[in-house]
Design a protein around this ligand. Structure first.
Ligand code: AIR
Length: 221
């Protein structure tokens, strides 16, 4: 599958409500790149593999979210990982509604090849902390704006981990999801020179964009 194909699948995931349509998962005619339950019994796991040489590669990053309503934000992380050709999986579980499922996922992830988690949750957002409590893999938390407190509740729940079990807390919302992906890539790049080079080029492109925008600024009196 191509990078753009993978992107299309992600768009479909959002627009067609795959997270609501559990019966489709694992069906033979499910869209390419989306696999059915794997590893964790009864899991609702969606694995995306695609861009350049990613076919057949095991996911390295687990993107986890507390509700399908978080996907609109967490897809930003997925799209960035896709851009860097880092294989990942999406997993839906709630620290409060499905505690056993959360534990089973966290406990099995390392053996399945996951190296870092990006965890999005809103409201009383304990998901990142609970996953962190069950693994020695790094956990990056993304607070989601899901209530009338506009993400401040999730930010404080994510960032205020008591000493002993860390969660790397990102900004609220889409910027946090994107930075979560970049931090995960930076962690993976510690042992992957190719990925490090991609990060270097990403930063250069970002700087070039600012220069270009400078050139388009116009003073209106
Ligand atoms: N949530 C679900 N279980 C525990 C938590 N913290 C969060 C989800 C979502 C918000 O509650 O991560 O951001 C609202 O979920 P829903 O399913 O009611 O839309």
């Amino acid at each position: 599958m191509t990078a753009s194909g993978n992107r299309v699948e992600l768009e479909r995931t959002v627009s067609e409500g795959w997270f609501r349509n559990r019966s489709d998962i694992g069906r033979a005619d499910a869209p390419a790149g989306i696999s059915g339950p794997v590893g964790v019994e009864g899991a609702f796991r969606v694995a995306f593999q695609g861009e350049r040489n990613m076919e057949g590669k095991k996911p390295l990053v687990g993107i986890v979210m507390g509700s399908d309503s978080d996907l609109e934000i967490m897809r930003e992380a997925a799209l960035l990982l896709d851009e860097f050709a880092v294989p990942f999986e999406l997993f839906l579980t709630s620290a409060h509604r499905t505690p056993a499922r959360t534990a089973a996922y966290a406990d099995s992830a390392e053996d399945r090849g996951i190296r870092v988690f990006i965890v999005g949750a809103g409201a009383a957002a304990h998901l990142a902390g609970v996953i962190a409590s069950r693994t020695l893999l790094p956990v990056i938390g993304v607070p989601i704006d899901a209530t009338s407190l506009r993400g401040l509740d999730a930010l404080l729940s994510t960032v205020q981990m008591p000493g002993g079990v860390p969660v790397a807390a990102m900004a609220i919302g889409k910027a946090g999801a994107r930075n979560g992906a970049l931090l995960a890539i930076q962690i993976l790049a510690l042992g992957d020179g190719g990925l490090l080079e991609k990060l270097r080029r990403y930063r250069l492109r970002m700087a070039a964009d600012v220069e270009t925008k400078q050139g388009t600024l116009q003073w209106k009196s």
